[in-house]
Design a protein around this ligand. Sequence first.
Ligand code: FAD
Length: 596
Amino acid sequence: MTTYTAPLKDFQFLINEFLPVGEYSDVEGFAEAMELATPLLDEAAKFTQEVLHPLNQVGDVEGLKYNPEDHSVTTPEGFKEAYRHYAEGGWSTITWPTEYGGQGLPEFLNMPMLEMVCSANLAFGLTPGLTHGAISALLLHANEELKQTYLPKMISGEWTGVMCLTEPQAGTDLGLVRTKATPNDDGSYAIEGGKIWISAGEHDMADNIIHLILARLPDAPEGTKGISLFVAPKFMVNDDGSLGERNQFHCGGLDHKMGIHASPTCVMNYDGAKAWLVGEPHKGLRAMFTMMNAARLYVGVQGLGIAEAAWQNALTYAEERLQGRALTGPKLKDKPADPITVHPDVRRMLWTMKAVTEGMRAMTMMTAFEMDLSHRHPDKARRQLADDFVQIMTPVVKSYQTDMGFELASTCMQVYGGNGFIEEYGIAQLMRDIRISMIYEGTNGVQAMDLVGRKLPAHMGRYLRSVCHPIDAFIAEEGQNHAMVEFTKPLEKYFGYLQKSSLWLAQNGLSNPNQAGAGAVEYQRLFALVMLGFIWAKQAKIALEKRDENPEFYDSKLATARFYFARILPQTAALILSITNGCETVMADGLEGVRG
Ligand SMILES: Cc1cc2nc3c(=O)[nH]c(=O)nc-3n(C[C@H](O)[C@H](O)[C@H](O)COP(=O)(O)OP(=O)(O)OC[C@H]3O[C@@H](n4cnc5c(N)ncnc54)[C@H](O)[C@@H]3O)c2cc1C
């Protein structure tokens, strides 16, 4: 079984020193967030360590039970109780508006909580995560009556929410959705059709489940322009807020999956389910996309959470496992062998895990912080700049962090050797659980297309400038600082790769879109690596200034930054070559070339 200790020191460092929260103390909710940060994070750590983490392996082994007679789904032992704790603890309320029962606190304070949940028990975290997405959709697009009906109980955690998009023939391409919505006489709609892979579509943890469903109206045009968004509760809600009769839909079965065994992935059948239109007719996909930044950022946090769990367990294991001797001679002469941490390859793996995980945490917090500014800053221009940053960073955070969640879980398995492959150690579960995050909420390939095809060209490169200007300014300013030259010089070089590859894609993608499509995933990785370079340089600057205050913490930050710059950031050199080598070999000879 794995262990888990919340990385509170790093959260505190990021909130108090890395993010410029102090510069924005007049932004609504920020001062309050700073006051609440310590007690909130401490309590979240306790809850995730003591309640959620002990259930992680139980959920994986026991899994879910589907009863075909009443179409019910029973979650593993302890999950219902844990969910009750989660709701009663107010953990679902942190960021939502006070008018619907939320605490109105910023996202940057919520992210550490989300990360802790994902590290401790990813399968559990999916249900509140999906509810978060459904709340955002209703908040942004529903009329006031629907908001009043659903939001207070979803925000309090009494009810959960789900997102019902996928159908067998409509995965990435939601223009192929066939589920129908026919108007009823009373202003509601009747939904007919089937959805697949609906996370938390049915379960026993909450009193009601609110389904957000993509469907077509009778007069809908073909494709993506004919999709509308509907809300349908599992139990009807009476005027006084009490629950009425069961709606006409049910779970037709559960899918057996590689991982997240405690998260119900449901086939859903809608047999004339009563539903209400959310937003305008035929604008359902647009409505979904406007809430996707937060949802995608949250999936990125899943990768981060698993990376943290992997890193912690790999380190503990490596310090205890005795095998072989250090290349330079025995370290523990009185023991039969040295700990495997003496071997350069094991050290390389451990440093990689630490550098990437802490870098991703800072990248998540930075993006969440800008998301808060994009909603809360009083100045319109600052809100716009923040939104530009969030727009371009969202696919990068989602894809890089989920890729690395899986990769670092695999690295952790490598540190464990054969024991990593044995289920009882819990590392195999980390790998199995996180793999899906590279696929759902838009596959990582589709994120890359979003980055290159939509976000780069948007407003003549304005989104990209929101990332490039701060890096440029940092290099210009810190380039004068002798102590920082070891970071600013290489950052300038690798940032140059980002600029060159952006230009190459823009120029070549225009005449041949396959050029952009073929290099998109490599570009997305390059983008993330350069961003982490910037982030590590910023952390190094703080560490250099403050090392006397807490040498153990800051020297570790500095050493990690140096490792990142020496061993990981240079990977960008290979990526720019792949990108600029173009699509010719990728698209050569049609499929025959691939088949050989
Ligand atoms: C465990 C689990 C939970 C899920 N939860 C939910 C949920 O709660 N609600 C929900 O609605 N759905 C859910 N899904 C569905 C999930 O969102 C889809 O699996 C995902 O959107 C990808 O669709 P697909 O599987 O049909 O793959 P496809 O769309 O068939 O894609 C196959 C491959 O082709 C690539 N590809 C496809 N189109 C393009 C393109 N235009 N450009 C470049 N590459 C492309 C993809 O990147 C991928 O590599 C879940 C799935 C699973 C397995």
